[in-house]
Design a protein around this ligand. Structure first.
Ligand code: CP
Ligand code: NVA
Length: 311
């Protein structure tokens, strides 16, 4: 049985296949062809502890278009809210559902859920990782540039965020160099960085963490950022904004230091005026954020097909 708690659950070859599968699902949808009903008769649980627009809706639509049935669950309306443990919830849900996709505050919750589930568990974002976003972004890079190995992505901002962590793994697995510019207090976690460097030693990617955003964007094909205050860290808002602003904001001035052909990427939702300026986010010549968001639908199908071994 396949799970996807982080990109460490899959091989480099699997990730390459997921990018190809995303391309396949995008092509057939754009051509107006019917999606193969590979989830026919299957019910997929969506258990979300935190808000979500893209992940939730793209997954629900992907499941329906693949012929399956999505069961959305808000933990506040489950017995979890009254103290029923995750391990009991996992064993019960396993008897109704065919897979659980879940967005949680803590990666530990995912590990507990996987331990007690008899069905695949997919991470729809935790405090540590956001694998679905990174898989989709690898496809977006390939779609935009026509190739992926040899590109360079600069990530500016919270190096310890779920999105940065998953990008470090995905990029290093596919031979995309990545330069993370972040304050010393917000560096990527060591185990993630070590794993990325291990992949990079095989794929030829260059992985570095620096303090200076100008240095990170030198020669970059894509400049990526994410919010400075991720969900679950709201109490640190003031402290974080003081540390990140203005130095780590992505704006035109910073983009000018990347390649002329560089694109701006963001997982969304964005906080305009914080990690990115409004004009850059809205510039259709540079910003590919809407395509990134669209691709979450196609990549969600790819992940579900992969989990159920149908492609
Ligand atoms: N990028 C992303 O995961 O967005 P949502 O929080 O809206 O799902
Ligand atoms: N790092 C952000 C990503 C949102 C998709 C968060 O966790 O809030």
């Amino acid at each position: 049985m396949k799970h996807l708690l982080s990109l460490s659950d899959i091989s480099r070859e699997d990730l390459r296949k997921l990018v190809e599968l995303t391309e396949y699902f995008k092509k057939i949808r754009l051509a107006g062809n019917n999606c193969p009903k590979i989830l026919s008769g299957k019910s997929i649980g969506l258990l979300f502890e935190k808000p979500s627009t893209r992940t939730r809706v793209s997954l629900e639509v992907a499941i329906v278009e693949l012929g399956g049935y999505p069961v959305y669950m808000d933990p506040r309306s489950l017995q979890l809210a009254r103290g029923e443990p995750i391990k009991d919830t996992a064993r019960v849900l396993s008897r109704y559902l065919d897979a659980i996709v879940t967005r949680v505050y803590s990666q530990e919750t995912l590990i507990e859920l996987k331990r007690y589930s008899d069905i695949p568990v997919i991470n729809a974002l935790s405090d540590k990782f956001h694998p679905l976003q990174a898989i989709s972004d690898m496809f977006t890079l390939k779609e935009h540039f026509g190739f992926i190995k040899g590109l360079k992505l600069a990530f500016i901002g919270d190096g310890g965020s779920n999105v940065c962590h998953s990008l470090l793994l995905a990029c290093s697995m596919l031979g995309v160099s990545m330069s993370v510019a972040c304050p010393p207090e917000y560096q990527p976690q060591k185990d993630v960085l070590d794993k990325a460097k291990e992949h990079a030693s095989v794929t030829g990617a260059k992985i570095e963490v620096v303090e200076n955003p100008e240095k990170a964007v030198e020669g970059a094909d894509a400049v990526y950022t994410d919010v400075f205050v991720s969900m679950g860290f709201e109490k640190e808002r003031e402290k974080r904004l003081k540390i990140f602003l203005p130095r780590y904001q992505v704006n035109r001035q910073l983009l000018k230091k990347a390649k002329n052909s560089a694109v701006f990427m963001h997982c969304l939702p964005a906080k305009r005026g914080e990690e990115v300026t409004e004009d850059l986010l809205e510039d259709p010549e540079i910003s590919i954020v809407w395509t990134q968001a669209e691709n979450r639908l196609h990549s969600a199908k790819a992940v579900l097909a992969y989990i159920f071994g149908k492609r």
